[in-house]
Design a protein around this ligand. Structure first.
Ligand SMILES: [Zn+2]
Length: 135
C-alpha cells in the first residue's frame, strides 16, 4: 500500500471540478443573453451570492458544483477518503447553507433555479423553458 498525498490529491480534484463547473455557468450566461434577460453575476447583496440574479425581476440562479454542494445521488458527489469525517461535515454545512439561502430568497419573493454542473446535457433547452416561466 502506498501513501498518496491527500492534500495534493484533493486540490487536484478541486481544480478539475472548478474547470467543469464553469461550463454550466457559460451555458447559463449564454442562454440568459440569448433570451435578452439582463443579470448580474455573483450577487453578493443576496443570500448565498447567487451566480446569476436580477433583483428587479426577482429571480436568482445558482450554478452548483456537484462536489462542493454535494449533489444528491450524483457520481461526482464523492467524499475524499482521507479526512472523510471532515469532508462529510463540510458538505453537510454547505448543503444547509444552500438550503437557507434558497429559503431566504423565496421568502423575498424570488424565483430560484438551481443548476448542477453535471446537467450540461440538454441544459440549454431546459433553461430556456424554465427561464421563460420565471423571468
Ligand atoms: Zn451532479
Amino acid at each position: 500500500m502506498t501513501f498518496a498525498k491527500p492534500a495534493a490529491d484533493v486540490s487536484e480534484r478541486m481544480r478539475g471540478i472548478r474547470r467543469t463547473g464553469t461550463t454550466a455557468e457559460l451555458v447559463v450566461g449564454a442562454t440568459l443573453r440569448e433570451l435578452g434577460l439582463s443579470y448580474r453575476k455573483n450577487v453578493k447583496a443576496l443570500p448565498g451570492s447567487p451566480d446569476f440574479a436580477n433583483q428587479r425581476r426577482r429571480w436568482a440562479i445558482f450554478v452548483n458544483g456537484c462536489f462542493w454542494h454535494h449533489h444528491t445521488g450524483c457520481r461526482r458527489a464523492t467524499v475524499p477518503k482521507s479526512n472523510a469525517e471532515f469532508w462529510t461535515e463540510k458538505f453537510l454545512a454547505n448543503r444547509r447553507r444552500d438550503a437557507r439561502a434558497i429559503r431566504s430568497l423565496r421568502s423575498r419573493g424570488y424565483n430560484v433555479l438551481v443548476i448542477w454542473e453535471c446537467q450540461n446535457e440538454g441544459l440549454h433547452r431546459r433553461l430556456q423553458r424554465s427561464l421563460k416561466r420565471v423571468a
